[in-house]
Design a protein around this ligand. Structure first.
Ligand code: PLP
Length: 429
């Protein structure tokens, strides 16, 4: 199986070379090298549904899904239409009058979110949503500390980075915010010991995305909820990647029977069309943060009408197209297929795991994973590794991916893994 490629036209080849040179000279030389090595020496041109088309006119099946952004696929017509309508009316808010965009979206999210997460602050990215969550937790509790997990990922702004559990990304920017401790994920005893009367909040993902797709063990989130309640600390559940039906339920935490105090969202909330982040929280938190000064935390573009229109349309599509159920069904198909491949290529793959369509395959050897990603690209399927664990290839296709497309990706994965193992001639490390 190989991707259908023709020689790009001379115009296309020149365009690709120009963009790659511009990346090398003015964007990020290291990233340019990395992308070329991974087999992505082309320029994206258009996208629709699960398919990305490049300037060289090659079509790829997108199994990265923008790291959780493209849950509705690319350019979903309902989201595009909603944004177009809003574009003609009022794209950005004056921020002097009331605006129906954030009002309607906050009300809708309050009706969908678990428990009493009744208020929403809007921003433009996941890191900003986490940043707000941390500030709210400190302000509401009057406490300095945070507990987070080793290998967690919460973003790269100062606050979000301070609670991100990977030394490699934190170290060059230290000192970060003080009072953060890290505990092993899924170790309830370690969390109980770390959460004290000095703790403003514990922040946690329901499935560690960038950490290598690690799913919360049954009862883990409940144990964290209890540990926080015991000392009056808050629980922040970061749903930036798991939210919007990626794992089945609209919010992954719903499956845990736990209600967080604060819940950051982003990525798929904008339907793969607009950037938007949101931080949901309880009235108890809101009262303590905003009662005295309603302008204590703001964002110029946060909750802009275009982004809110996209998010409202996204929520409609998730409901109307039954994307939560689709994530579960297609996720099961993908995981079963990956486990069969794991059995068939002994020693190469350590584990296939995940929930819904947030799936990771852990390789025994990092280089095999890298070569397999390149092989998949040559077979027309985009995959990527997780940021904090390069041994894990993640698969997060759009939730409306078809059964045939899953089979196609599985075939590409099988061939690429076999090829990578053969190339490296050995799989021990
Ligand atoms: N939180 C989680 C769980 C994420 O996966 C990410 C991004 O991958 C972020 C926060 C940061 O989001 P952004 O890249 O939009 O700042």
């Amino acid at each position: 199986m190989t991707v259908e490629t023709r020689e790009p036209t001379p115009e296309a080849a020149a365009r690709i070379a120009q963009v790659m040179d511009e990346y090398r000279d003015h964007v990020n030389p290291g990233l340019a090298r990395l992308m070329q090595f991974a087999g992505f020496a082309d320029v994206e041109a258009t996208a629709s549904g699960t398919t990305l088309t490049t300037v060289a006119d090659v079509k790829y099946l997108d199994f990265v899904g923008g790291y959780g952004v493209f849950s509705l696929g690319h350019c979903h017509p309902a989201v595009i239409a909603a944004v177009r309508r809003q574009l003609d009316l009022l794209p950005l808010s004056t921020r002097t009058f009331f605006n129906s965009g954030p009002a309607g979206l906050a009300t809708r999210l309050a009706s969908l979110a678990p428990g009493d997460l009744e208020y929403a602050f809007f921003c433009n990215s996941g890191a900003e949503a986490v940043e707000a969550a941390l500030k709210f937790a400190r302000c509401a509790t009057g406490r300095p500390g945070f507990v987070s997990s080793i290998d967690s990922f919460h973003g790269k702004t100062f606050g979000a980075l301070s609670v991100t559990g990977r030394e490699k990304y934190r170290k060059p920017f230290e000192p970060l915010i003080p009072g953060v401790s890290f505990v092993p994920y899924n170790d309830a005893d370690a969390a109980r010991a770390a959460i004290t009367e000095q703790t403003a909040a514990m922040i946690v993902e329901v499935v560690q995305g960038e950490g290598g797709i690690h799913v919360a063990a049954p009862g883990y989130l409940r144990a964290l909820r209890e540990a926080c309640d015991r000392v009056g600390a808050l629980l922040i559940v970061d749903e930036v990647q798991t939210g919007m039906a990626r794992t089945g339920p609209l919010f992954a935490v719903e499956a845990e029977g736990v209600v967080p105090d604060i819940m950051p969202l982003a990525k798929a909330l904008g339907g793969g069309v607009m950037p938007i982040g949101a931080t949901l929280a309880t009235p108890w938190v809101w009262e303590r943060v905003f009662a005295e000064n309603p302008l204590i935390h703001t964002s110029t573009f946060g909750g802009n009408p275009l982004a809110c229109a996209a998010a409202m349309a996204t929520l409609d599509v998730i409901e109307q197209e039954g994307l939560g159920a689709a994530a579960v069904e297609r996720g099961e198909q993908l995981l079963t297929g990956l486990r069969a491949i794991q059995r068939d290529i002994p020693g190469a793959l350590v584990e296939a795991r995940g929930r819904g369509l947030m799936i990771g395959v852990e390789f025994a050897v990092k280089d095999v994973a890298e070569i397999a990603i390149n092989g998949m690209a040559r077979r027309g399927v985009i995959a990527a590794y997780t940021l904090n664990n390069p041994k894990v290839i993640r698969m997060e296709p759009p939730l409306n991916v078809s059964a045939q497309e899953i089979d196609h990706a599985l075939a590409a994965f099988r061939e690429s893994t076999e090829e990578a193992v053969a190339m490296l001639d050995g799989i021990d490390e």
